[in-house]
Ligand binder design. Structure first.
Ligand code: F0G
Length: 396
């Protein structure tokens, strides 16, 4: 099977193993394309296979992700659970090895980095990508450099990134500034860039969708709901659904709902104008994972919404934190950004866009322990003397 890089705007093709992130002609984003028939039955058989590569919920789909042979850098990742709670479904991507969905893209991007002979890899991050990169780079023996907005990433993510041995550059500026800087730095210093502008990341993240379709035995749900920040996931979901439909793996397309925080809503603004303009905002939200004002995968994400008859919604910080309480209260738990999904479902149901009888899957993108500060509910703890009387007083 042949694979190549292709500009999503003009269709120009490039060799798969060229180090490039955009098209020379028009600056368009690139995607990995391939030809050949891929049979979904093989993927299902691998769910029970004991071969190490099949244990990965990413590489189980390898013919449709990247033909890297056995030389893959895998934990393994994926294989996350689908939970049925309160009339909804939750695919918990926080169950990945480093606690977020980023591992699915990172296993592919770092595998490609090794294939290209890179010695150093870098990303800009609000925390989860950096933790994932740090872990996979450590496994592959590559140097990891992460650009993070100083003081604006959750403590669990920063600690994790440093623990895996990455070098962190805490940028005095926001994520968007860090993103611009890392692109320049990678060009100048010959470092391989693994943000979701990197098309190999998208290939890995497609498997969230394929795995959840497997969970439903390829009978697609009506809606798939995803938080939206840099728009890598929205893009990957659109590509995964297009490919699944084109190859006859599913009889119909589920609809995508991408949810932003009101304070970081450039994609939502653009959606309300039928994507006539691309917006950039100065982002502010309690959900630091998606505190992003100028998402790099905008163009790919527009296609994802259009191709799936999808919608984009925004929710306030209060709404997303209330939804987080609800998800935590189900015993599932997630970080604040992930809770935009449930908050979005509430809003879209109230508006009549989603119906009660529809099957809806919320993709929970990050683990509850990623953002410890967001979890501390002071009303649930009381300090008492070490006496049985004090215990009784406290509980009655
Ligand atoms: N949820 C979580 C927990 C995230 O960490 C991110 C993005 C998103 C949702 C949004 O996904 O960017 O594909 O639209 N985190 C990136 C990072 C930006 O650096 O960890 P997206």
């Amino acid at each position: 099977m042949t694979e190549w890089l292709q500009c999503i705007a003009c269709g120009r093709r490039y060799d798969l193993n060229e180090i490039r992130y955009t098209c020379d002609d028009d600056g368009g984003l690139l995607s990995v394309e391939r030809e050949g028939i891929v049979d979904r039955d093989a993927f299902d058989d691998r769910r029970t296979s004991r071969a190490p590569i099949d244990q990965s919920g990413v590489w189980r789909f390898r013919e449709a992700v990247l033909n890297a042979g056995e030389r893959v850098v895998t934990h393994p990742e994926g294989g996350t659970r689908l939970y049925a709670r309160n009339g909804l479904f939750f695919k918990h991507e926080g169950e990945n090895p480093t606690g977020s969905f980023k591992d699915r893209g990172m296993t592919v991007a770092v595998t490609q980095a090794v294939r290209l002979g890179a010695t150093a890899v870098a990303c800009a991050s609000t925390g989860n990508t950096s933790a994932s990169l740090a872990a996979y780079a450590a496994q592959a023996g590559l140097r990891a450099i992460v650009f993070v907005p100083s003081g604006k990433i959750a403590s669990g993510k920063l600690a994790q990134t440093l623990a895996y041995g990455a070098t962190a550059l805490a940028i005095r500026g926001d994520f968007d500034a860090a993103m611009r800087l890392v692109r320049e730095a990678c060009d100048r210093l010959g470092i391989y860039l693994v943000n979701s502008i990197n098309p190999f990341r998208i290939e890995g993240q497609k498997t969230i969708i394929w795995e959840l379709l497997q969970d439903f035995e390829w009978d697609p749900p009506d809606w798939i709901v995803v938080p939206a920040g840099n728009l890598g996931n929205t893009s990957a979901f659109g590509k995964a659904l297009r490919e699944a439909h084109a190859r006859g793996w599913i009889p119909r397309m589920p609809r995508l709902a991408s949810i932003q925080a009101c304070g970081a809503n450039p994609f939502f603004r653009s959606y309300t104008e039928q994507f006539a303009t691309r917006h950039v905002v100065a982002a502010e939200t309690i959900a630091t994972a998606i505190r992003i004002g100028d998402p790099v995968s905008h163009d790919r994400a527009v296609a994802a919404i259009r191709d799936t008859n999808g919608v984009v919604e925004e929710v306030t910080d209060a709404e997303l934190m209330a939804a987080k309480r609800e998800i935590d209260g189900m015993g599932l738990g997630c970080e604040p950004a992930s809770a935009t999904t449930l908050a979005g479902v509430h809003k879209l149901r109230a508006a009549g866009v989603m119906r009660k009888d529809e099957r809806i899957v919320c993709v929970l993108t990050g683990h509850i322990l990623k953002d410890p500060e967001a979890n501390f509910r002071a009303e649930n703890i009381r300090e008492i003397d070490a006496t049985i009387d004090a215990v009784e007083r406290a509980l009655t």
